[in-house]
Each structure stands twice: as C-alpha cells, then as structure tokens.
Design a binder for this molecule. Structure first.
Ligand SMILES: Cc1cc2nc3c(=O)[nH]c(=O)nc-3n(C[C@H](O)[C@H](O)[C@H](O)COP(=O)(O)O)c2cc1C
Length: 220
C-alpha cells in the first residue's frame, strides 16, 4: 500500500513540475511580436508605454490651421506633406484684411478685438470637418497674436469633440514662443490628449518643420 502511495505521489510531483515548465514557457514574452499576436501582461517596469499614451499609428492625420498672412499655412503644408495628411483651413466668414491686422493702429479690427474679448467671436465659413471620426491625430496651427493663439481658432475648438484624438498644437510668430497657447486651447477643448506643441518662426525652412515632425515618433 505504501509502495502504491509512493508511486502515486511521484506521479503527482512529476505532473506538477511539467505544468510549471509549460507555464514558464508560455509567459516568456516573444521578443518580436508580430501584429495580432497576443502578449502576456508584463510587470510595470518592463511594460511598454500604455497604448493610449502613444499617438495611434492606425488612424488618419488631419492638419487644421488658421493663417492670416500665409506663414502658418506654409508650415501646415510642410506637415501635411511629410505625413501625407489631410488639411483643413479655418476661414473667418469675414477675412482679416491687412488694415484689420494692423496692430499698431489702436482702432484696427484686431486691436479692438484684443481690447474687448467679447468682440473675439469670429464666425467661420465652416467649423466642422467631414469624416472627423476617421482622424485620430489632429495638428492645430495658428499665428501668435499678442502672445496667444489667434482667436479665429477658438470657434473651431468649441465646435469639435477631441475625445480619443491626439492633438498637437503648432504656431508661427515673429519672436514669441508657444507660451501657454496650447494649454489654453486644450482647456477650451476639454477633451483630447493634447501634446506640448511647437513654435516656428514666420519664415521657417521646410527642413526644420520636417525634422520636428520626424522627431515626434509614433505620430502618423
Ligand atoms: C495682430 C497681430 C498680433 C501679433 N502678435 C505677435 C506677438 O505677440 N508675438 C510675435 O512674436 N508675433 C506676433 N505677431 C506676428 C505673427 O505671429 C507672425 O507674423 C505669424 O507668423 C503670422 O502668421 P500667419 O502668416 O499664418 O498669419 C502678430 C501679428 C498680428 C497680425
């Protein structure tokens, strides 16, 4: 009887060791998983960044911009070319003339709007984009006006839901930096994963813009 028990115990031990061996083999992460292959969960130290912390590689990219005198438009074009992205221009229903943009005249349109925030509600020819849901990365470009994002972009931000989108602000200016213009737009939007963004000088070279785009990593 003792002998039978000993044999049974030996079998049980052999069985559990074999099971442990199999578990170890299946939990070893595959070094280079191919798309669609499932991976075992990993410890926080060894895990890659959470999927939602990276701009998605799967959806489309849209470059939205407002440009009063063409500088931001040029940058938007460089970004779109580099990423093979679509573009959307924010156009005020009443475009700003060069007189309107004369900030050294205290009575010009921009000066009055700057003085009185209630005048900054700019009607746009279109504030929403066809097939918005298809885009998971959205660049938003604008000139800096008085240290902030030119306000014609506000109407676009208010009209759209950025949930699930990676949003990358960029601006052009004579000398001011991006400042907190991106953060303020993110606050206005209230949704979306807003990245830090980038300022370019008004006459920036295409190569500088493309270098920045290529350095974003993970952004499609
Ligand atoms: C009303 C107004 C305010 C501006 N304020 C600033 C400013 O505060 N700092 C700055 O560096 N440039 C300022 N600029 C210059 C523009 O930011 C710069 O020329 C920009 O590249 C213009 O872009 P756009 O051609 O796409 O309109 C201002 C321009 C205008 C018309």
């Amino acid at each position: 009887m003792k002998k039978v028990f000993a044999i049974l115990l030996a079998c049980a031990l052999a069985g559990s060791l074999a099971a442990c061996g199999n578990g170890g083999a299946t939990s070893t992460p595959t070094p280079t998983p191919t798309p669609g292959q499932s991976q075992e969960p990993q410890s926080p130290e060894s895990s890659p960044p959470a999927a939602d912390a990276q701009p998605s590689q799967s959806g489309k990219t849209l470059v939205v911009y407002y440009s009063a005198t063409g500088s931001t438009e040029a940058v938007a074009g460089y970004i779109a070319d580099a990423l093979d992205a679509d573009t959307f221009e924010i156009t005020p229903a009443e475009p700003y003339t060069s007189e309107d943009l004369n900030w050294s005249n205290s009575d010009s349109r921009v000066s009055r709007e700057h003085e009185d925030e209630s005048l900054r509600v700019v009607e746009l020819t279109a504030a929403t984009v066809e097939n918005w849901d298809e885009y998971d990365t959205v660049f938003i470009g604008y000139p800096i006006w008085w240290g902030a994002a030119a306000w014609p972009v506000d109407g676009f931000i208010a009209a759209n839901d950025f949930t699930g989108k990676t949003v990358i602000p960029f601006c052009t200016s004579s000398s001011s930096g991006l400042g907190d213009s991106g953060e303020l737009l993110a606050e206005q939007a209230g949704t979306g994963d807003w990245k830090e963004g980038q300022r370019f000088r008004s006459s920036v070279d295409q190569t500088d813009v493309v270098d920045w785009v290529n350095g974003l990593g993970g952004t499609k």
